[in-house]
Design a protein around this ligand. Structure first.
Ligand SMILES: O=C(O)C1=C[C@@H](OP(=O)(O)O)[C@@H](O)[C@H](O)C1
Ligand SMILES: C=C(OP(=O)(O)O)C(=O)O
Length: 437
């Protein structure tokens, strides 16, 4: 499909069962593959990002079977059976970062793995992770530009003498997640258990997510503030038996936002107060903006602000803890009274596209006044949104999903290349169509 025309709509409401969390799905898949024993994973996300992870694990010799809606993964207990593989990982940051570290810290000889992705993946940094792994003695080489995929990785033959292990945390938290998840693969005698973070750690809730999943697979990690992390000395991954993946909290943000601007009530099922994902924090921001939000352990319900025009309040906030859901806030700012500022989002520059530039360009098409800086975005909505804007999506699923919300301002909008939502939410637009009118 070349483009999709949406709206004009004035109402959104109903109930949405969320697809599984991308971040939990890819962590659970990798840990289940590395563990001793079998793991049943329920509600695994079925989308491009998880498909590339599953395909890569299959290429590496991991077996799984479908049991109805569940996946039964047969863990390999530490070392992948296949020694040579070319792994294409699309634009899945989690798959590229987590698998690179897991492959680099396997012991043995005669192996060669290549990791590559779509052209944009080859512009997304990985140098800080490679530096840390190389300091440990791992063998990784850049097949293209230094600091970026594609990578050529061999298994480790010598572990470098003990020294403080450290990693930078200010470009992507996925580097620390990858290192933490791979370290238990080192032989116990040479195990490094302490990691120090250089610089400010961004996207912190994703580290809590990593620690939560590792603990469930038998490897607890402790942290002192956000600068020192310590792994249990001699633990190894053990299959927990059964894991149910929560609904995706970032995917929830589009529907919750729709409830806030489209009257509601709109209820999402699959995430709530008990969620381990940072992006549930988006619901609190909706409250600050004047929407009515209620929450149960695994559901969230939103309806519009009580004032007659359902106008939201503008916000000025540090969005570092919710980098993905913050994109939804950028579009919601069009529905607010006054100027909103989203701060501390420099990581947007190195994601599926340069999201600061893309967001600024597309919001301008709607008549908004935009100021964009190295790490912030300031949005002043126009009195009336331009009707019939044609939105480019830059092969970024979140650009497509966020801008669908504009149709709820009572103006029609065209979304170019809507199929990019396949990265994390293949049937997003069918689900969106079912809640709006
Ligand atoms: O670890 C994860 O699952 C993720 C971490 C975040 O990335 P950064 O740490 O690069 O901000 C987030 O944006 C991404 O969608 C998923
Ligand atoms: C940044 C994202 O993805 P990833 O880094 O996992 O490719 C995202 O889903 O918004």
């Amino acid at each position: 499909m070349k483009h999709l025309d949406l709206g004009p709509y004035t109402y959104a409401g109903g109930t949405v069962q969320l697809p599984g969390s991308k971040s939990i799905s890819n962590r659970a898949l990798l840990l289940a593959a590395l563990a001793s024993g079998k793991t049943v994973i329920a509600n695994l996300l079925e989308a491009d990002d998880t498909r590339v992870m599953l395909d890569a694990l299959t290429q590496l010799g991991v077996h799984y079977v479908r049991q109805g809606q569940d996946y039964l993964i047969d863990g390999i207990g530490g070392t992948f059976p296949v020694r040579k593989a070319q792994l294409f990982l699309g634009n899945a940051g989690t798959a590229v970062r987590l698998l690179s570290a897991a492959l680099a810290l396997q012991a043995g000889e005669g192996s060669a793995y290549q990791i590559s992705g779509v052209p944009r993946m080859h512009e997304r940094p990985i140098g800080d992770l490679v530096d840390s792994l190389q300091e440990l003695g791992a063998s990784l080489a850049y097949a293209g530009r230094a600091g970026f995929p594609p990578l050529v990785i061999e298994r480790m033959q010598h572990i470098a003498p003990a020294q403080q292990l450290h990693v930078r945390g200010d470009v992507s938290s996925q580097f620390l997640s990858a290192l933490l998840m791979a370290l238990p693969l080192l032989p116990v005698a040479a195990r490094r258990t302490m990691i120090k973070i250089d610089g400010e750690l961004i996207s912190k809730p994703y580290i809590d997510l990593t620690m939560n999943l590792m603990a469930r697979f038998g490897v607890p990690v402790e942290r002192e503030g956000w600068h020192h992390f310590t792994l249990a000395t001699d633990s190894s991954y053990q299959a927990p038996g059964h894991i149910t993946v929560e609904g995706d909290a970032s995917s929830a943000s589009y529907f919750l936002a729709a409830g806030a601007v489209g009257k509601g009530p709109l209820r999402v099922l699959g995430v709530g107060r008990a969620s381990i994902q940072g992006d549930v924090g988006f619901a609190d921001v909706l409250t600050q903006m004047g929407a009515n939000v209620t929450m149960g352990p695994d559901w969230i319900e939103v309806s519009g602000a009580a004032n007659s025009q359902r106008r939201l309040k503008a916000i000025d906030m540090d969005c570092n803890l919710i980098p993905d859901a913050a994109m939804t806030l950028a579009v919601l700012a069009l529905f607010a009274e006054g100027t909103s500022t989203l701060r501390n989002i420099a990581s947007w520059r190195v994601k599926e596209t340069d999201r600061l530039a893309a967001m600024a360009a597309e919001l301008c098409k709607l008549g908004a006044m935009i100021e964009v800086g190295a790490d912030f975005l300031r949005i002043t909505p126009p009195a009336t949104l331009s009707a019939g804007a044609v939105i480019d999506t830059y092969d970024d699923h979140r650009m497509a999903m966020c801008f669908s919300l504009v149709s709820l301002a009572g103006v029609p909008i065209r979304i170019n290349d809507p199929n990019c939502v396949a990265k994390t939410f293949p049937d997003y637009f069918e689900r969106f169509a079912a809640i709006v009118r």
